[in-house]
Design a protein around this ligand. Sequence first.
Ligand SMILES: Nc1ncnc2c1ncn2[C@@H]1O[C@H](COP(=O)(O)OP(=O)(O)OP(=O)(O)O)[C@@H](O)[C@H]1O
Length: 343
Amino acid sequence: METNHIKTGGGPVIRTTGLTRHFTRNKQTIEAVRGLDLEVAAGELVAFLGPNGAGKSTTLRMLTTLIAPTAGSAEVAGHDVVADRAAVRRSIGYVGQGNAAGHQFRGRDELICQARAHGLSRRDARMRSDQLLEAFDLGEHADRPVSQLSGGQRRRLDVAIGLVQEPAILFLDEPSTGLDPQNRVNLQEQVRRLNQELGTTIVLTTHYLEEADALAGRVIVIDHGKVIADDTAAGLKSALGDLVSMDFADADAAHAAAQRADRIPGAQVTVTDSHVAVRVPFGRDAAPGLVAELAGAGMPIARLEVVGPTLDDVFLNLTGRSLRESDNTGPVVDGAATEGEAA
Ligand SMILES: Nc1ncnc2c1ncn2[C@@H]1O[C@H](COP(=O)(O)OP(=O)(O)OP(=O)(O)O)[C@@H](O)[C@H]1O
């Protein structure tokens, strides 16, 4: 069976330069994506993490040729997303936020139909659909109408449909939104396997911190249309450092302790009454020495806690707001848009 896997020679399979997209709504310009410079190498599993409205989906829709950039450029699989849309589309799979499958069809028919649309022979289409049904644990549900599948089963079918033509690059827009934790983990497992076993480059968007943390080799944090951090989850967290929280008998002891903590390289110290919080790289290693030093100086610690950072702490540190809180803005309503999507 023919596949669309590409030999990249290790170069980037996605490259954007100043990628920008504006929308006009109620005569106001919305700068959804603002000058994105990005490179993704073959075989990477990348998560775009950010709150609602950060510009994640808009970026994905430009990379998948669904909408055109207002400015800047992007190449996917070596093809320009504007000049060479058809070639880009041949190289990618895309699973959007809505359900792709027609509700009255059976899952198996949907897959076969998509495979035929991608040029597979009847026999190959049937084989490919069987493979995908098995890989996504959908075998026993394959002959039920899509409308009768659970949310998790339907989402897995969506991802299977995105994989019909064995794309070299797969884009997943919020693949696990709306799934219960068990289905979320199951889907993440499939995505991970796809990346590891087939080497498929995967770019997904998520606003689940845990998902970005668990799944992606690389996390690109997006806020207000801009990349504000780009590293492994571990890298992002270790750059921020651990939080060492200490309580003392009184405010004087806390202030004296804060002065000492301030001498630790890279420490950010805040004092509130008798409480001292120290954010410091490798805080768990620095804490015992600090405790001993303070005890020796007659300032014993009444309570000590060392907590490793979460990606939410990273986001909070970068933006001054919590990703969990910024995420409660509800879904974006596109209905009032005055600028349509490219066909
Ligand atoms: N078709 C459109 N017309 C007008 N404004 C739009 C349109 N699509 C997106 N926007 C606006 O662009 C900004 C970025 O939206 P986008 O959907 O890319 O964010 P997101 O990070 O993917 O958020 P979500 O997690 O909710 O999908 C938002 O302010 C949104 O309201």
